[in-house]
Ligand binder design. Structure first.
Ligand SMILES: Nc1ncnc2c1ncn2[C@@H]1O[C@H](COP(=O)(O)OP(=O)(O)OP(=O)(O)O)[C@@H](O)[C@H]1O
Length: 120
């Protein structure tokens, strides 16, 4: 049981190591964090409801998670095959496609939240 708990605590530590690596070094994640900051500021400016905050936070988390997994896939690709290969290109494009799904979905959620405020 003690080993189990120590193992879990170590895993959380590694997860946070990855989290700080992403937010300090990865430009794609930093860009998404800036966009998340803009939407957070908009949330305060327009005084969105509790329910709208929940949807917005979930949308932001979804994009950042997808972007992080995309970064991990890019790193695996660059590690296993640093040279040009059409299949690596497809793998990277598909991983980016997953981010696009998340980003477009979030854009729709953002539109549904903010259009009524913009229209007054
Ligand atoms: N080794 C490769 N072989 C074939 N095509 C590649 C290769 N590396 C990258 N590409 C192509 O270039 C695109 C961009 O790849 P890259 O690894 O530069 O990611 P990125 O989207 O620019 O992300 P980041 O800015 O985080 O590095 C890929 O989606 C793929 O189409």
């Amino acid at each position: 049981m003690k080993r189990f708990i120590i193992g879990r605590i170590r895993s959380i530590g590694y997860a946070f190591k990855g989290f700080f690596f992403l937010i300090q070094t990865e430009h794609a994640i930093i860009s998404q964090l800036i966009i998340a900051g803009i939407f957070t500021a908009m949330g305060f400016y327009f005084g969105i409801t509790r329910e709208e905050w929940i949807w917005q936070i979930l949308a932001i988390g979804m994009v950042l998670s997808a972007e992080s997994l995309n970064t991990a896939i890019e790193k695996v690709c660059d590690f296993i095959h640093p040279d040009y290969h059409p299949k690596i290109g497809i793998i990277k494009d598909v991983a980016s496609g997953a981010v696009t799904f998340a980003a477009l979905t979030s854009l729709i959620v953002g539109g549904l939240i903010y259009f009524p405020y913009w229209l007054g």
